[in-house]
Design a protein around this ligand. Sequence first.
Ligand SMILES: [Fe+2]
Length: 233
Amino acid sequence: MKNLNIEYLKYDNTKFKFKELLKNFYGCDLTQIHKKFNIGQQSYDVTAGIDSLSIVEDTYKNVINSEIFQDVWLSFINSVIKLYFKNDKILIQKLPSINIIPSGCEIKYVHKIVDGMNLHLDCHQPFYHPMFEENFWLPMTETDELNDLYYLNNTKKIRVDAKLDEIFRFGNDVVHGNIVKNNSKNTRISLDFKALLVSDYDENLISDRIIIKRGSEYKQNEWYSTKHYYMEH
Ligand SMILES: [Fe+2]
């Protein structure tokens, strides 16, 4: 049987202080932001690719887009991600995505929920990511079995259980997702992004099919290019 395309990479999470920058913004323990910001037990459907959680938009605007965060991001790419790709030329998301799953909330990412989980492949609806990308997922909060990311090994669901100084890297052929309702007492926050070797970019694997990103229509091969999504590094 083919081995699953996953691995855990270590990084210095005090030097690359994503977590600290988030904590400074919220002014509280990251697992407890649902209390501080009074996020009640709500259901969100984000299958159309538009973030309907205002805290995600606020964090993106005020933290991820800030100059200091971008500095940390660039040095993280240069020291950690480039090393993973053996210093060859890469394409990488311009800035990472942030995912916030407040305690008590239900967040639906995919159209078909299986066993209460958002299990999916990123190449499928609604993401339509190219198969040649690699996924990098970094927990910003400690996770537990109720709010963690899971992946499928055959039909078995396995908890990612990455530590705060780890990056879970997985191929686009790995089915993954979290439990739709976060029944943990803790909010889960994670960063994630895609990257690939420039030499792995294959225009035969993408097309001009229309995809919806942040509420607008794009051709898949235009969105997943340096015009919108990636930067070359
Ligand atoms: Fe995904």
